[in-house]
Design a binder for this molecule. Structure first.
Ligand SMILES: Nc1nc2c(c(=O)[nH]1)N[C@H]1C(S)=C(S)[C@@H](COP(=O)(O)OP(=O)(O)OC[C@H]3O[C@@H](n4cnc5c(=O)[nH]c(N)nc54)[C@H](O)[C@@H]3O)O[C@H]1N2
Ligand SMILES: Nc1nc2c(c(=O)[nH]1)N[C@H]1C(S)=C(S)[C@@H](COP(=O)(O)OP(=O)(O)OC[C@H]3O[C@@H](n4cnc5c(=O)[nH]c(N)nc54)[C@H](O)[C@@H]3O)O[C@H]1N2
Ligand code: SF4
Ligand SMILES: [Mo]
Length: 722
């Protein structure tokens, strides 16, 4: 970029939202690339193999990587257009500092000095924990590990957490409680081999598109399909049994299905006796959860609930899959545990074609929750409050145990602490909370109260616009590393090109900052492979054991499933074989679950349930996909999906502008009237900021254990815009 703008307005002009469009004729019509690089898509947790085409040291195209076993050449719309980011006119290419007149470029050394100086000054006046770090699950394992170490040792704060707090933590907490391990229990090949797939709260076709193919291959073999979702999603249209649950009532539904399974005699008493503890409490808890007793609450006729139980009992092998639809709740952990109860009570886990998984969301949603960038966690999936775990990590880092701060606050709690001025300095990488946290007005107020805020990103996100300093980091294809996919398979991310302009690789920025904070010798890494080596050694003996995984093995075998303790260990595609679970006694734990209502229920003033989520063409807070022309063309703006009956009652026609109002705020958008949703519920995708942001409506209410926000239930009213 020749000249840099200085006013906030001209900056927004210069930094988008520009759209990058494809050259006419597409990839095939372009001149031959200089080289191709096999790596993985930067977006969702499926981590499809892609082949990037490089010309003149820029990424100019993408083709599927046919040999990669997971997606076997298939890609979704985002994967096909992801390559349009590396060359994007909005890329941050120089460090920027806020001035009275907007952002201005600043030399790297000066920028890094300012960050270190401001962090230390704030800590001097307000204590070490007055500075917080927010990180993200799109980062590689190497960077996720580095951020945890950086926060604890270089910044010296207890407050580090990540955007996976908004994503997978309800499932993670429930998996740890029930199984002692937080990872998909089965490889995806087991979906193809099963007799019944049960999908809850997962819009598979739009959000984990390649999983659709696995389910269809099972269907081709005769497998049945049950879908539980308040919306008739594309995958639900193909189901044998579709259960349109009222949002927030999944635990009641699952208790009723288990009640019916018990009535049918479908419980596996041998498995329960040999491999589990706690079933008697569950049996008692579900005694009064007969389908007939809950049908009105869950909004599904008792006969359909019984049918689900019958299908489940009749199928020799089953795969239960769920995603954020049951997890984004103030009782998200309980919802997940109620699903696990069904799986355990029928002994349907740990066998070929038979098991359970939560479908990972973010690109490295799995690995980034294992290596210590969570407020309660140290590398290898270790517990920051466990003295033995602390001692192990302290020894490896060459510090004393007391040098590692204790458990910190979760990401939403950190934002609340910023709002209360208990946290005054923030370093954020790979997180866009202004768009992605509930109650966006509150998040904005918090960001405006910070004494110092530095953001590391490759685009100027809505959150980064509030920063004092913005440091230009690296895109997926601009660095080496590893991620861990939806299946628990550790795979290699390969560098295709250098970051553009003065942009730097994320880990180099963080190591430079550590040096300036006086911790250089503990961050003396020269390549991602050095960081991975430290990570894998440190993870040895932990739950998430990467000890035997090397870059060479990953290159040769197209991935290795953890746990993999030694270099001659084959890795572990399927967990819990032979009914041996991750707890010290080898037994899985049942948890008696009592249905609790959502934090905010409907009433006369706000009579409609709002639920939120995704569309296929956009990704998360949209900073990346809202800049990609062909993806924006697929859906330029959010719409509110509503049933024709509700629309008729409100006098709203398809395409008309409506106002959706909650206790937090109001937004205006077009109505999409279709019989694909319950008449008592409306749906808004959340990928857009500002006046189009679904999170202006959502509620700041969290699961008490996991602290995941209740994105899937809020009370609203819908009005025609005159
Ligand atoms: N295209 C696209 N794909 C993505 C992403 C993206 O942003 N865009 N993001 C990735 C990430 S990080 C994630 S976490 C995943 C998310 O993947 P999903 O969880 O599949 O996506 P969501 O749209 O959040 O919600 C899934 C479904 O839950 C339903 N639902 C809402 N409330 C309830 C309820 O109370 N009970 C039940 N049973 N269902 C309910 C919604 O109708 C929706 O169809 O997708 C990943 N893949
Ligand atoms: N209402 C509602 N809200 C939701 C959800 C919902 O269903 N409904 N879903 C929630 C879920 S499941 C999730 S996962 C969160 C996501 O929450 P966000 O944190 O908002 O997710 P992203 O959009 O990925 O934002 C990450 C930022 O990091 C940048 N980034 C990406 N990769 C890298 C990298 O490698 N290096 C650097 N330096 N920067 C990078 C991107 O440009 C972007 O600005 O949103 C949550 N919010
Ligand atoms: S967004 Fe997900 S499903 Fe689509 S290509 Fe990328 S990794 Fe595959
Ligand atoms: Mo997510």
């Amino acid at each position: 970029m020749a000249t840099l703008p200085c006013s906030a307005e001209s900056l927004i002009e210069a930094y988008g939202p520009h759209l990058n469009h494809e050259p006419p004729g597409g990839f095939a019509a372009r001149t031959a690339p200089d080289r191709t690089v096999n790596t993985h898509c930067c977006f969702c947790g499926q981590q499809c193999g892609v082949t990037l085409a490089v010309k003149d040291e820029r990424v100019v195209g993408v083709e599927p990587w046919e040999e990669f076993p997971f997606n076997q050449g298939k890609l979704c719309p985002k994967g096909i257009k992801r390559y349009l980011q590396n060359n994007h006119p909005d890329r941050l290419t120089r460090p920027l500092v806020r001035t009275g007149r907007g952002f201005a470029p600043i030399p790297w050394d000066e920028a890094l000095d300012i960050v270190a100086e401001r962090i230390r000054r704030i800590q001097l006046h307000h204590g070490r924990d007055s500075v917080a770090v927010l990180s993200g699950a799109s980062l590689t394992n190497e960077k996720a590990y580095l951020m945890g170490k950086f926060a604890r040792l270089a910044v010296g704060t207890r407050h580090i957490d990540y955007n996976g707090r908004l994503c997978m933590v309800a499932a993670g907490a429930a998996n740890l409680k029930a199984f002692g391990i937080d990872r998909a229990a089965n490889p995806w090949a087991d979906i193809v081999a099963t007799d019944l797939v049960m999908v809850l709260g997962s819009n598979v076709s739009e959000c984990s598109p390649i999983t659709t193919d696995y389910i269809w291959r099972a269907r081709d073999r005769g497998a049945r399909l049950i879908v539980v979702d308040p919306r008739l999603t594309p995958i639900a249209r193909t189901a044998d049994l579709y259960l349109p649950v009222r949002p927030g009532r999944d635990a009641a539904l699952m208790n009723a299905i288990l009640h019916a399974v018990v009535r049918l005699g479908g419980v596996d008493e041998d498995f329960i006796a040999q491999h589990t503890t706690g079933f008697e409490a569950v049996r008692e808890a579900i005694a009064d959860c007969a389908p007939e007793a809950v049908e009105r609450l869950v909004g599904i006729p008792a006969a359909r609930i019984v049918e689900a139980a019958e299908l489940w009992v009749q199928a020799p092998r089953t795969m239960l899959l769920h995603a954020r639809g049951i997890e984004h709740h103030t009782h998200g952990v309980e919802n997940v545990l109620s699903c696990i109860n069904l799986v355990l009570a029928t002994g349907k886990i740990g066998k070929p074609g038979c098991g359970y998984a939560t479908i990972t969301g973010q690109g490295n949603g799995q690995g980034a929750r294992e290596h210590g960038q969570r407020c309660n966690q140290l590398p290898g999936g270790r517990d920051i409050e466990n003295p033995a775990h602390r001692a192990h990590v302290a020894a490896a880092w060459g510090v004393t145990e007391s040098d590692i701060p204790g458990k910190g606050a979760t990401a939403p709690e950190i934002v609340e602490m910023i709002h209360r001025r208990e946290v005054r300095g923030l370093l954020s990488i790979c997180f866009n909370p202004l768009v992605s946290l509930p109650d966006a007005r509150f998040t904005q107020e918090a960001l405006e109260r910070l004494d110092f805020f530095v953001a590391i990103d490759f685009f100027l996100s809505e959150t980064a616009r509030h920063a004092d300093l913005v440091l230009p980091g690296s895109l997926h294809e601009e660095d080496d590393g590893t991620v861990t996919s939806v299946e628990g398979r550790v795979i290699r991310i390969r560098k295709a090109v250098e970051p553009p302009g003065e942009a730097r690789r994320d880990w180099e920025i963080v190591c430079e900052l550590a040096r300036r904070l006086g911790q250089g010798e503990r961050f003396d890494f020269h390549a991602p492979a050095d960081i991975f080596d430290e990570l894998r050694r440190l993870s040895r003996g932990g739950v998430a054991d990467y000890g035997g995984i090397t870059y060479e093995r990953l290159d040769r075998d197209m991935g290795v499933f953890w746990p993999c303790p030694t270099e001659d260990h084959p890795g572990t595609p399927r967990l819990f074989e032979g009914g041996r679970f991750g707890h010290p006694d080898g037994r899985a734990r049942f948890h008696a679950i009592e249905y609790r209502p959502p934090a905010e229920d409907v009433d006369d003033e706000y009579p409609i349930i709002l639920t939120t989520g995704r569309v296929v063409s956009q990704f998360l807070s949209g900073t990346q996909t809202r800049r990609i022309g062909p993806l924006v063309a697929q859906q330029p703006e959010p719409k509110v999906e509503m049933h024709p009956r509700l629309a008729a009652r409100l006098g709203i026609a398809d395409g008309e502008r409506v106002r959706v109002v909650s206790r937090r705020g109001a937004i205006e958008l077009a109505a999409h009237v279709a019989a694909t949703i319950r008449p008592d519920t409306v749906f808004i995708p959340y990928h857009w900021p500002g006046a189009q942001s679904a999170n202006r409506l959502t509620i700041r209410a969290y699961d008490p254990i996991a602290k995941i926000p209740e994105f899937k239930v809020a009370a609203v009213r819908v009005e025609r815009v005159a």
